[in-house]
Design a protein around this ligand. Structure first.
Ligand code: CO
Length: 149
């Protein structure tokens, strides 16, 4: 791994998931399982992020496929609550899986790409995450995910 690389190509592993903001997690799960035919592979509450979330995957290919992350606020000051107030339910972020989230930040910062956190925070299933500021990423909130080992 070369931390002086001028892009993330050496660190990018996969598109990990897309995040969808939802006002009602159980109702959103019912749609995604009952209509789209996905299955829930994980649920948790992340108190630090102020969200309740579910990860969903295609039935046959959960390990390989990119997943859908449904995110609902657990209190009114959660960033997801603010997103829902401003924008309504819908696509909220795209998450790229990287081999090393700290190395990815070290590549991006000198390029002028702002990250939301000075240090990676804990994400789903013990992963380590950070986000690119949407203004520096074409209007898309981009999450970087380093899976727990
Ligand atoms: Co996410």
């Amino acid at each position: 791994m070369d931390a002086s690389a001028d892009d993330l190509s050496g660190l990018l592993v996969a598109i990990d998931h897309v995040g969808v903001a939802v006002p009602d997690l159980d109702a959103a799960i019912a749609f995604h399982t009952g209509v789209l035919g996905l299955r829930v592979v994980h649920r948790e509450v992340n108190a630090d992020q102020g969200v309740a979330e579910a990860m969903l995957a295609p039935v046959g290919d959960a390990a390989a496929a990119a997943q859908v992350q449904l995110i609902a606020p657990v209190h009114a000051t959660s960033p997801i609550a603010r997103f829902l107030d401003r924008r309504g339910p819908g696509l909220q972020h795209v998450a790229y899986r990287v081999s090393d989230v700290d190395a990815a930040a070290a590549v991006l910062r000198p390029l002028g790409v702002r990250l939301l956190y000075d240090f990676a925070k804990q994400g789903t299933r013990g992963s380590r995450i950070n986000f690119l500021h949407p203004s520096d990423a074409g209007g898309v909130l981009v999450e970087l995910v380093e899976l727990a080992r």
